[in-house]
Write a protein that binds this ligand. Structure first.
Ligand code: BV8
Length: 259
């Protein structure tokens, strides 16, 4: 497995704040299809980007709700993999770390990461599509309707508490992410095509603020040419390797002389 080069490893060892941006590729090895993966079953004739929109929900709330129900079932069965666990260990090895995720599956929190910002919401939460008020799971399971009606307003429906294309991101989440991008001295971009905005701009902001950038992705992305190093492998293998390198580096007295 590809290793972080010594220069970048020394920067990571000395980093005061690491920003980790993750995308759908981070969850792929937990069994959650990425947005690039072809849709399966009855969904083959739809593109994910077309279903994840307010227009699709307005046009056919039942269809969009059903698509999310099937994705929720996949998420409920998924577990964090060694890459998620490695990020939990990394958090213990560096003074400050922010996990900024585009994913809506909650796997970073399930793995034990403490400082997680969900840019695009969470598929396991639902809200009223008119008022935006949170709707409890009990209300949803008791309802025979698809989608369940909102408990708050007539003509309201339950919808997933995620950010659809064309919708603005939650202000607090975006502010936290931009703060992390402005403060970090090391950025890891993992499992993202770096195409969806404004998330894709965060590693670029980090670079502009002088941070070192490493990309972890089996494939090239538009961000690759800006990265100090691209580790071309799956997150579940590459991340544990990087964390092991860092732990060994920190144990070596030549690198971190005892005070
Ligand atoms: C916004 C939640 C302001 C939902 C998601 C026209 C009108 C309005 C807006 C736009 C417009 N044109 C462009 C925009 C902006 C738009 C955008 O960026 N569009 C793209 C398509 C160009 N953005 C927005 O709309 C955002 N809001 O801009 O608001 C605004 C408002 C109104 C008008 C103007 C502006 C909102 C974007 C959020 C959308 N919601 N998710 C849901 O999940 O259902 S995005 C969703 O898709 C994911 O969250 C994720 O962010 C994205 C998929 O991207 P990736 O995570 O990168 O994953 P992908 O599948 O693409 O690739 C997987 C990668 O992993 C690959 O690189 C692969 O190589 C790698 N990989 C695979 N296996 C592994 C691996 N890596 C490591 N290990 C492995 N094992």
């Amino acid at each position: 497995m590809q290793l972080l080069d010594d220069h970048l490893l020394s920067l990571l060892a000395g980093a005061q704040h690491v920003m980790v941006l993750t995308g759908a590729g981070m969850s792929a090895e937990s069994g959650i299809p990425t947005f690039r993966d072809a849709q399966t079953g009855i969904w083959t004739k739809y593109r994910a980007e077309d279903l994840a929109t307010p227009e699709a929900f307005t046009a056919n709330p039942g269809l969009v709700w059903q698509w999310y129900e099937e994705r929720r079932n996949t998420v409920r069965k998924a577990s964090p993999h060694a890459g998620h666990q490695a990020l939990v260990m990394l958090e213990a090895l560096v003074p400050g770390m922010s996990v900024i995720t585009q994913n809506v599956d909650g796997l970073h929190q399930l793995a034990g990461s403490k400082n997680v910002t969900e840019l695009h919401g969470n598929i396991l939460r639902s809200k009223c599509h008119i008022t935006g008020r949170s709707i409890s799971a009990d209300w949803l399971t008791d309802s025979p309707h698809v989608p369940p009606p909102s408990p708050y307003v007539n003509q309201g429906y339950a919808r997933p508490d995620v950010v659809w294309f064309g919708e603005v991101l939650p202000h607090e989440a975006l502010a936290a992410a931009m703060d992390a991008a402005g403060r970090c001295d090391f950025c890891l971009s993992i499992g993202t095509t770096s195409l969806v905005q404004p998330a894709a701009s965060l590693p670029v902001m980090a670079l502009e603020n002088g941070a070192a950038l490493v990309e972890i992705n089996p494939l090239e992305t538009p961000l690759s040419l800006h990265a100090g190093q691209c580790l071309r492998g799956p997150a579940s293998l590459v991340l544990p390797g990087v964390v092991q390198q860092l732990a060994e580096w920190k144990r070596d007295p030549d690198h971190c002389p005892r005070l």
